[in-house]
Design a protein around this ligand. Structure first.
Ligand code: AMP
Ligand code: MN
Ligand code: MN
Ligand code: MN
Length: 273
């Protein structure tokens, strides 16, 4: 229930992603590109051809105080005006943010990274830090994409640029306005102390969030039990998703994660009968 394509910062086309899922024996897959639903039409064509059920989705960048959260919307309607307008408004900020990231990298002695990153972004409207990281790795400035985040692009590193995304309340409202279900992506990845974590989960629920990811490629396996507990304690449905970005970058392919524990109610129980 969480995968990317070249329409945001993935490496496969929507068609290639669905074909990979079909080969793996996946019966249902969500395409959840960052801040855009533009890949869903192509994914739908491939899904009908291969017999895989497509869950139309999106992963929205949201600001909660100083923390950036990701909210996955599942079963969203890409034709929804509220969702489309909202996503466009946050995508637009990425142009200027990209320039600021490039300026910070320039100050560190790395020239030409804006052009380099844009050159790797198939969808120029969705320039991501991932494209900067790939460019730095491909040109030998760092030894891996991970190292690019660890040294320069990650939060608190010298080329990190803070940015105002949608508010958490807006992101959830857009998803709900389009008929979708709001799922908190990879909750274990946010750097929050226990009290703030509880407050964040409380806000997420109050604004209309219904599920959290428990088993995800963005959690270490030892984190699954903790987020299972949080889901049960706070009364959230549970989701499972690879957060797949592509071959060579994401070790866990769609359909390869362990099942959710039987005590959890899967988010797809809302629509899969
Ligand atoms: P952006 O939306 O441009 O800030 O880029 C966020 C994306 O960068 C995430 O969806 C991940 O794909 C990637 N990313 C963020 N932090 C890291 C990290 N520490 N290591 C590897 N990839 C990361
Ligand atoms: Mn990503
Ligand atoms: Mn994410
Ligand atoms: Mn993701």
């Amino acid at each position: 229930m969480h995968n990317h394509s070249i329409i945001s910062d993935g490496l496969l086309s929507p068609t290639q992603l669905i074909e990979l899922a079909a080969r793996t024996g996946v019966d249902a897959i969500a395409l959840t590109d960052h801040d855009t639903t533009d890949g869903l039409e192509e994914a739908g064509v491939a899904a009908r051809r291969t017999g895989v059920a497509l869950v139309p989705g999106v992963e929205i960048s949201a600001s909660w105080g100083e923390t950036t959260l990701h909210v996955v919307g599942l079963q969203v309607d890409p034709a929804s005006k509220a969702l489309g307008d909202g996503l466009r408004s946050i995508r637009e900020g990425r142009f200027e943010r990209g320039e600021r990231i490039a300026a910070a990298l320039q100050a560190l002695g790395f020239a030409g990274t804006l052009e380099g990153a844009y050159g790797l972004a198939q969808n120029k409207a969705m320039l991501s830090r991932t494209h900067f990281a790939r460019h730095l790795a491909e040109t030998g400035k760092v030894k891996s994409i991970q190292a690019a985040f660890d040294k320069y692009l990650g939060k608190g590193r010298p080329a990190y640029v803070s940015h105002r995304w949608a508010t958490l309340e807006e992101a959830i409202a857009w998803i709900r306005a389009s008929g979708g279900t709001a799922v908190l992506a990879h909750p274990g990845r946010y750097d929050l102390k226990p009290m703030m974590r509880d407050e964040m989960l409380g806000d997420f629920k109050r604004y209309g969030g219904e599920a959290i990811e428990v088993v995800t490629g963005s959690h270490r396996p030892e984190q699954y039990a903790m987020w299972q507990r949080e889901a049960l304690e706070h009364g959230f449905l549970a989701s499972r998703g690879a957060d797949y970005h592509g071959p060579g970058e994401s070790p866990i392919e769609p359909g390869r994660l362990p099942a959710l524990h039987a005590s959890l109610t899967p988010v797809w129980s809302k629509w899969a009968h």
